[in-house]
Ligand binder design. Structure first.
Ligand code: ADP
Ligand code: MG
Ligand code: MG
Length: 902
């Protein structure tokens, strides 16, 4: 019975049976081929083998029952439809076997073209192509090459070497100069290479070719580079890939044939227009590989007006249908246009905003949908600085601005070297003629990528855009010599280790380091660019989407700021208060001496006089911040770090004392300090005498801070502004701790504020797991909770933050124990659960309890969504992340409302 069920399981779908919603099952490529088929677009017939078949294969190491029969049945109907049979010596049907996972993984997995050719059918193919021997032998040699490389792991260089050899003998650099005899000879050479490496002859049986190719695609899901790419892009490892079997159409039949790729809008800037590359007399992979230089798509109009018009028409239809930027692959076979692929195209951060804005204008989507289509990571990228070029920096070359940003660094020529230098903390620019999937590690490590070949759609360009990494491609003035580790350009020779700068927006390449300037988006946030008047599509789009995000979001966004200047900047960025004002910097600099006096105090008088000296300094700091945040809440955290952090390090003191003693100087003060440092030494300072514990142990310390806060608030309020201080007690684990601090604080506040009208709230951080678990009790004594998710993560996992990231996180990431560091993005199940419990129990005990978060997670997109779901009132993050948090809070509202009106 079970066997019967597996046999009945449907593993193969004709293109006419699928649609674009079936990406999980058919992969993106298959689902979209089906969608285009059903739209009536010219797609070569074919079928898709599901991701489920792939998963079954990967789990058991063999094809699931029934798959072979289903393929047979679909193949037969394809043969009937095409009027040709696979392997027919006189008129063979040829197919491509193409991988296609749910998420696009450019160049990561395998494709084999021209499956079905063998020694006999190559002759038939030639006859069918009107005696075009050259074409037939070219197709055959491509099959052996791709099949050998991807199915049988024959080293690709061997084939390339043999091809170079033939070209050299012929005295040409161009594949197109090779004639049928050359290519026939090449087929022989390829077969020998194949036999040498596999120990068998190239398979002549077409069905065997097909089955082996399908299996190779299944297996490519777990190829090392695919695994690496998935980890980088956070694509789940268990999705599997679908396999598309597509009847071949030929772009290499002569000058009236060709192949190309196109975008319906510029994927770099979002501008409307026609963007693409076309290559006459070529098969698909030639364009994508960037091997030969392509012409801009516009030139197709001269070459083949009918196909060009049809293509533009189809592109417009696809945009209207997908309501988004589409990226397509097409082939023209003797004047007949065929669509081979489409998908919603990857784009730069700038293009994402600009296109979303345009699509709203065009009535294709509404503002909620526009908001849904951009994200905080993209916005963050747009806030990066760019090159400042008012100096006399002259570019030495201009390539294609493939992925924006400004990057400077030392030149390296190999992926391995890039990884090495990056590990030493260097910025590097990876320079290649073109990249291939094996360069992925180096691309991840590099600050930027520079290639001398390939267009906007080359491997380097596509992958860099996906990573948000600066890339200039196709800078063809560069003569790159990878083995010699150098490149030359316009009379300059650049060797490994020299510094270059690349501008991924303009495509320009500079020698040396170019200084940078702030982004326009930042200028807009700072208020120095008026979106209503500036002629900048990006600024206008950002303004429009941010305005909508602000209208939609429920979460407030505050900032972490310790100085008036930070507060002012964050306010311009849209901060609605300060969620965390740390007071420890107020104990640094020339105030260290006072802190030393405080720590060394032997009597109450000594301690009180040190505190009295600190009071006016703190008060002045708070006054400045309250003035900047006029009308907005400011959460001030009482001093948190262990006090010995304010003293000189033990080793240094010990040396000073020894040297001074040697010289016979008076060392009483130094010795006292040294003794204090020894006394206060802690094995685990993060779990030691800090936070509320300090306040309970050192009389008058918190009282001084509370007084400074209250007095500053009164002064600022009397001067006409509105100060709204919120005093936050760190590291509370038990309600009794908070109650003790609170009793003392309330007395001081009552005395200071008098009838000034100032209202001071008292609350606590929730950062010790015990606090989260007893939140119901703690809420009785707290007017607000602020989740300190850094410490909560540290103590929740038992990770010493300062140590673990370098010590073993890489291994945890490698093993997939977590997909991302829990310090970067909140661990929803564990630490997040603590947050949820505390929020629920805290609110149950005190419904008006204000809830916020002030850890680094407050500016992390995914974490912001989590805090929205949990129902916090606000997130607080560094000033620069404020716009990101505003945007993500808006997106979170739109998504949970379910009103993204698709
Ligand atoms: P990728 O996912 O790496 O883009 P594809 O499966 O799209 O790989 O195939 C690589 C190239 O081969 C593409 O340019 C595509 O257009 C071309 N190609 C694939 N199938 C066919 C076919 N049936 N006829 C002609 N060209 C094809
Ligand atoms: Mg493709
Ligand atoms: Mg903390």
């Amino acid at each position: 019975m079970a066997a019967q069920e597996t046999v009945d399981h449907k593993y193969v779908y004709d293109f006419a049976e699928g649609n674009k919603e079936l990406k999980d099952l058919l992969g993106g490529k298959g689902a979209n081929l089906a969608e285009m088929t059903n739209l009536g677009l010219p797609v070569p017939p074919g079928f898709t083998i599901t991701t489920e078949a792939c998963k079954a294969y990967l789990a058991t190491g063999r094809e699931p029952d029934g798959l072979a029969e289903q393929i047979e049945a679909h193949l037969e109907s394809l043969e009937r439809e095409m009027g040709r049979r696979l392997g027919d010596p006189d008129d063979p049907l040829l197919v491509s076997v193409r991988s296609g996972a749910k998420f696009s993984m450019p160049g990561m997995m395998e494709t084999v073209l021209n499956v079905g050719l063998n020694d006999r059918s190559v002759v038939g193919l030639s006859a069918q192509a009107g005696g075009n021997d050259r074409f037939a032998w070219d197709s055959y040699r491509r099959l052996i090459q791709m099949f050998g490389k991807t199915v049988c792991e024959v080293p690709g260089e061997e084939f390339e070497h043999a091809l170079d050899e033939v070209k050299r003998a012929k005295g040409t650099k161009n594949d197109l100069d090779l004639d049928a005899d050359d290519l026939r000879g090449l087929v022989d050479a390829y077969k020998k290479i194949f036999a040498k490496h596999t120990g068998r002859e190239f398979p002549q049986e077409p069905r065997e070719q097909l089955d082996l190719a399908i299996r190779a695609v299944f297996e490519s899901w777990n190829a090392e580079r695919a695994v690496l790419y998935r980890r980088q892009e956070r694509i789940p490892a268990d999705l599997g890939t679908a396999v598309n079997v597509v009847s071949m159409v030929f772009g290499n039949l002569g000058p009236d044939s060709g192949t190309g790729v196109a975008f319906t809008r510029d994927p770099a800037s979002g501008a409307q227009g026609i963007y693409g590359d076309y290559l006459a007399n070529a098969q698909g992979e030639d364009v994508v590989a960037g091997i030969r230089n392509t012409v801009p798509l516009q030139e197709l109009e001269q070459l083949d007006k009918k196909s060009y018009d049809e293509l533009l028409d189809i592109m417009a239809r696809l945009e209207g249908h997908y309501r988004d930027l589409c990226d397509i692959e097409f082939t023209i076979e003797r004047g007949k246009l065929w669509m081979l692929q489409t998908r919603v195209g990857k784009r730069t951060a700038a293009a994402a905003f600009v296109i979303a804005g345009q699509l709203v204008d065009e009535g294709l989507i509404d503002l909620d949908e526009a908001l849904h289509r951009v994200n905080g990571a993209q916005l963050a990228q747009l806030m990066f600085p760019r090159f400042r070029l008012d100096h006399d920096f002259q570019p030495v070359a201009k390539g294609i601005g493939a992925s924006p940003g400004a990057a400077s660094g030392k030149v390296v020529f190999t992926s391995a070297r890039a990884v090495e230098l990056a590990a030493e903390g260097e910025s590097v620019i990876l320079v290649r003629r073109e990249t291939n999937p094996d360069d992925l590690n180096g691309m991840i490590a590099a600050q930027g990528i520079l290639t001398s070949r390939g267009g906007k759609t080359s491997h380097a360009a596509v992958v860099a855009r996906g990573m948000g990494k600066t890339c200039v491609s196709g800078a063809d003035e560069l003569e790159v010599d990878v083995p010699a580790k150098r490149f030359t350009v316009g009379g300059h020779t650049v060797v490994e280790g020299d510094v270059v700068s690349i501008d991924g927006t303009t495509g320009k390449v500079y020698l040396g380091e170019v200084p940078v300037m702030p982004s326009e988006v930042v200028q807009y946030f700072e208020g120095s660019l008026d979106p209503e008047h500036v002629d900048n599509a990006l600024v206008r789009a950002v303004h429009r989407i941010m305005t909508h995000a602000d209208a939609r979001r429920r979460l407030l966004v505050r900032t972490n700021a310790d100085t008036g200047a930070d507060a002012a900047r964050a306010r311009r960025f849209g901060a609605e208060g300060i969620g965390l004002c740390r007071t420890e910097h107020m104990f640094l600099g020339d105030r260290r001496e006072l802190v030393e006096r405080l720590i060394l105090a032997r009597t109450d008088d000594e301690r009180e006089s040190a505190l009295a000296a600190l009071l006016p300094l703190q008060r002045a700091d708070f006054e400045e911040i309250f003035r900047e945040m006029d009308g907005l809440p400011v959460t001030v955290r009482l001093i948190d770090p262990p006090l010995h952090e304010f003293l000189p390090p033990l080793e240094q003191l010990a040396v000073n004392v020894a040297v001074a003693q040697e010289r016979g100087e008076d060392v009483a003060q130094e010795e006292a300090l040294l003794a204090a440092v020894r006394r206060m030494h802690e094995e685990n300072p993060m779990l030691g005498l800090r936070g509320v514990r300090l306040g309970l142990v050192i009389p008058g310390l918190f009282a001084m801070q509370v007084r400074a806060i209250a007095e500053a608030a009164v002064t600022v309020t009397r001067a006409g502004a509105v100060a709204r201080p919120e005093i936050m007690v760190p590291l509370v684990g038990a309600v009794q701790e908070l109650e003790t601090v609170r009793a003392e604080a309330e007395k001081i506040i009552a005395e200071v504020v008098g009838d000034s009208g100032v209202e001071v709230l008292i609350g606590t951080m929730i950062e010790v797991p015990r606090a989260a678990l007893t939140a119901g009790q703690i809420a009785e004594a707290a007017q607000f909770f602020s989740f300190g998710t850094n410490d909560l993560t540290q103590m929740g996992w038992g990770f010493s933050r300062d140590d673990v990231e370098g010590a073993f996180f890489w291994r945890y990431l490698e093993l997939g124990i977590f997909g991302i560091s829990p310090f970067e993005s909140i661990d929803r199940e564990g630490v997040g659960r603590l947050v949820r419990i505390a929020a629920e129990e805290g609110r149950a005990a005190r419904p008006e309890l204000k809830l916020g978060v002030c850890g680094e997670h407050g500016g992390d997109p995914d974490s912001v969504h989590f805090f929205h779901e949990v129902g916090l009132d606000y997130v607080s993050c560094s000033p620069f992340r404020v716009p990101v948090a505003r945007l993500e809070a808006g997106r979170a509202s739109v998504e949970t409302d379910g009103s993204d009106s698709r």
